[in-house]
Design a protein around this ligand. Structure first.
Ligand SMILES: [Zn+2]
Ligand SMILES: [Zn+2]
Length: 345
């Protein structure tokens, strides 16, 4: 069964997500006013404005993920130092930090630890010691993943793989998901950039649903890729990786990064495969920049390893299983492709 959709004069009119059944309708939103558009940096802020040293101190002193406050977070499991991340870009901004990344358990496990052998299997990875970007203008000018650099991001994925192996040593854990929320609008509870790793005693429902959809629909991923190609939504493609602006994402502006031929876990990737997967995710993250976003890495259950990235620029608008997709989706894929091409020159 092909992916259900309608294409008129070469343009997508609607498409049904084969996993969730949600139908996305492509609409022209150019005339619509988004009074509640969410944002990273506020364009109305005067360029000469600066966040005062007192405000910076106030925010960082209260942050359990900032250097100097290590004791207010749960006990550290391990850290990466400057020797581990020689490409770290923060030496000038945070010359005294003794770490670049830190891993500890989440104070509030997502899945109660009595279900995982009395071991908390929810982890936090603090991605960088810097709380704010350089010269913040407002308290919203937080450090974000898309500015860390791709090498730093690969180290982050390697750290995830290390934590995953630790979680999978627990005989009660059968499934691991990696999740990131960037920005208050995406549901992040801490402003300091961090990622979550969650181990579960059961396969995660989102992953189970995808595996079930593939059983019902054996060439699911190949069909999705072929359709994205036809619609001009593919951003990046090699023999191992494909990324595309997804019209069947959970939010109106979503992207997928997929390793169609690798049906394993993140921690089973070779170094080269990890670099390829990480670079493809990072390219989307660096394009989205400080925008509120989330991403999730799905693995296991025989699925090709993949990541879903959702920009959270607009308020969530799923109504009774329908989503409106801005018709600018095509342009956004083209804009990312040309930005990447410029970047590579
Ligand atoms: Zn902080
Ligand atoms: Zn998935």
């Amino acid at each position: 069964m092909p992916i259900e959709c309608e294409i008129r004069d070469g343009a997508l009119v609607w498409i049904k997500n084969p996993v969730s059944g949600v139908i996305s309708y492509v609409v022209d939103v150019s005339g619509k006013s988004f009074a509640f558009t969410l944002g990273g940096r506020d364009p109305n802020v005067d360029a000469s404005q600066h966040l005062s040293p007192e405000a910076i101190r106030h925010a960082t002193e209260a942050c359990p993920f900032c250097p100097g406050n290590e004791d207010s977070a749960p006990p550290e499991l391990f850290r990466l130092s400057l020797e581990d991340v020689p490409e770290w870009s923060g030496l000038k901004a945070a010359p005294h930090s003794r770490w670049v990344m830190r891993v500890f358990n989440n104070l509030f496990p997502r899945i109660p630890s009595e279900l995982t052998g009395d071991r908390n299997e929810s982890y936090i990875v603090v991605e960088d010691p810097r709380h704010f970007i350089d010269s913040p203008r407002t308290a919203a000018d937080l450090m974000f993943t898309g500015t860390l650099g791709s090498r730093h991001f690969i180290h982050l994925l390697q750290t995830d793989a290390f934590v995953m192996r630790r979680a999978l040593e627990n005989p009660n854990i059968c499934s691991v998901v990696i999740r990131k929320n960037q920005g208050r609008e995406s549901g992040a509870s801490q402003p300091h950039l961090h990622q979550q790793i969650l181990g579960s005693p059961e396969p995660f429902p989102a992953v189970v649903a995808e595996a079930r959809a593939e059983r019902d629909h054996p060439h699911l991923w190949q069909e999705i890729i072929a359709l994205m190609d036809r619609l001009g939504l593919v951003i990046d493609r090699t023999s191992n990786i494909v990324s595309y602006a997804s019209p069947i994402g959970a939010f109106p502006r979503s992207y997928d990064v997929l390793m169609p031929n690798f049906r394993g876990l993140l921690c089973e990737l070779s170094k080269d495969q990890m670099v390829e997967f990480g670079n493809a995710i990072y390219r989307v993250l660096s394009t989205l920049g400080p925008l509120p976003l989330d991403y999730e890495i799905h693995q296991g259950e025989g699925l090709p390893l993949h990541a879903h990235l959702n920009a959270r620029l607009y308020p969530y608008s799923n109504v009774a299983g329908t989503l409106n997709l801005p018709s600018t989706l095509l342009q956004s894929a083209a804009a990312i492709r040309s930005a990447l091409a410029r970047h590579r020159e």
